[in-house]
Design a protein around this ligand. Structure first.
Ligand code: FMN
Length: 394
């Protein structure tokens, strides 16, 4: 599977083409829109999200609620484009239009300066329009299709917030059931006390004209074992998940399971022992590996965390320069959020779902969902036989 997104932040729309989905995957537009809405929400978002009300239009690849096996193309319109028609016009415009929203003072932490040097432009709008995380709208839509494929195989993906600034949940991993109520929390956090502290962190940052980052976790349940491969570096699923999560704007670190704790924990307290009894069959008393060993899923819950940096557009304005005169200047300010960690978690779900759906198709394959599910069921039968096999007593 692959997907390709296009579109600028204030252009007419974001678009995405998803190729390689089998035929027969149920496409529920309400579910796709619900994910888009979750991406727009979360305490700490700014004015832009009040203007937009993201909805998916399906242009191809879906008929009567099911994928056809042909490329699926989706469009999400930018309502705000109305106010930017001349600035974002594909046609030549009088100089006033270009000047009206030109940005000349690169914002530290944004792609502004690196993009200006890459494309040799001193109007940073040429860069930021595509570098903007508005692009994640298209990713969430593509991820929604991946989630639909996974759901047919019984795999579910959820996310929640572990930390915002100095406020964090306790060390005990959140249970799957606790995640069911996460959307009721304004910061998408399972712990009400920690959530209140997170909100206070965001309020304090906003008041100071500053921003605040944090950590989210994505959890996937009922992931079949055997996805990915240890045979090649680029087939390892841990590496593929890390790349997908790291590619989200503002994500600066990714870990799997107990991840960073591996650096200061002895092996005996880190690895998950392997147990078997007649009642429970194969089981593990802990899941510090986060569902992957050797780059291959092991049948446990998949748990991946990502660190989101404090977003770089700051009302207080960091030191920068005017790219034309090279004189010192305060960095430009574009309408902005204060904290995007809850929303980034929703994007994280989409990226994890995408990688898992891709790996499912690799292992279980098929042009239609029916074929994939039959193959999965047959493999599940083989696993059961494999695990019930024991040598006969002599
Ligand atoms: C959902 C989401 C929304 C974001 N919104 C903003 C924003 O309003 N203002 C801002 O400065 N950065 C925002 N960012 C972060 C920037 O897009 C990102 O830091 C920037 O593109 C540079 O990329 P990098 O941080 O990966 O190096 C957002 C990120 C995400 C995931």
């Amino acid at each position: 599977m692959r997907f390709l997104t296009a579109g600028e932040s204030h252009g007419p729309a974001l678009t995405v083409i998803v190729d390689g989905l089998p035929a027969g995957v149920a496409v529920d537009r309400a579910a796709l829109d619900a994910d888009l809405k979750r991406r727009q929400g979360g305490y700490g978002r700014g004015g832009r999200m009040k203007i937009e009300s993201d909805q998916v239009e399906v242009l191809s690849g879906v008929r009567h609620g099911k994928t056809l096996g042909s490329p699926v193309s989706l469009v999400i319109r930018n309502r705000d484009h109305e106010n930017w028609r001349d600035v974002m016009s594909p046609d030549p415009q009088p100089p006033e239009a270009k000047k009206r929203r030109a940005l000349k003072h690169p914002r530290p932490g944004h792609a502004d300066l690196s993009g200006a040097l890459k494309y040799l432009t001193d109007d940073l709008r040429d860069v930021l329009e595509r570098a903007s995380a508005r692009e994640t709208t298209a990713r969430v839509a593509a991820g929604g299709l991946a989630k639909a494929l996974l759901a047919a195989a019984g795999v579910q993906v959820r996310s929640h917030v572990l930390r915002i600034g100095r406020a964090a949940v306790g060390a005990e991993p959140a249970t799957w059931d606790a995640l069911a109520a996460v959307e009721e929390s304004p910061v998408r956090c399972v712990d009400a006390q920690a959530a209140a502290a997170m909100i206070a962190e965001i309020d304090a940052a906003k008041k100071a004209g500053d921003s605040v980052g944090g950590v989210f976790e994505v959890i996937a349940r009922e992931v079949p074992p055997g996805l990915g491969s240890f045979a090649h570096w680029d087939r390892r699923l841990d590496g593929r998940l890390a790349q997908a999560l790291m590619s989200i704007q503002a994500v600066k670190a990714v870990s799997l399971g107990a991840g960073f704790r591996g650096g200061d924990t002895p092996g005996s307290a880190f690895h998950d022992e392997i147990l078997f009894d007649d009642e429970r069959g194969l089981h593990r008393p802990s899941n510090r590996a986060g569902g992957l060993e050797g780059g291959v899923t092991n049948g446990e819950e998949l748990r991946a965390q990502a660190v989101v940096k404090p977003i770089p557009t700051l009302l207080i304005g960091l030191r920068s320069i005017d790219l034309r005169t090279k004189e010192p200047q305060t960095a430009s300010v574009e309408r902005s959020d204060t904290c995007v960690v809850p929303a980034a978690g929703v994007v994280g779900e989409a990226m994890v779902a995408w990688v898992l759906a891709d790996a499912m198709l690799e292992k279980f394959g098929g042009d239609s969902l029916t074929e994939m599910l039959e193959h999965l069921e047959a493999t599940r039968r083989l696993w059961r036989e494999f695990l019930s096999r024991r040598p006969r007593p002599a």
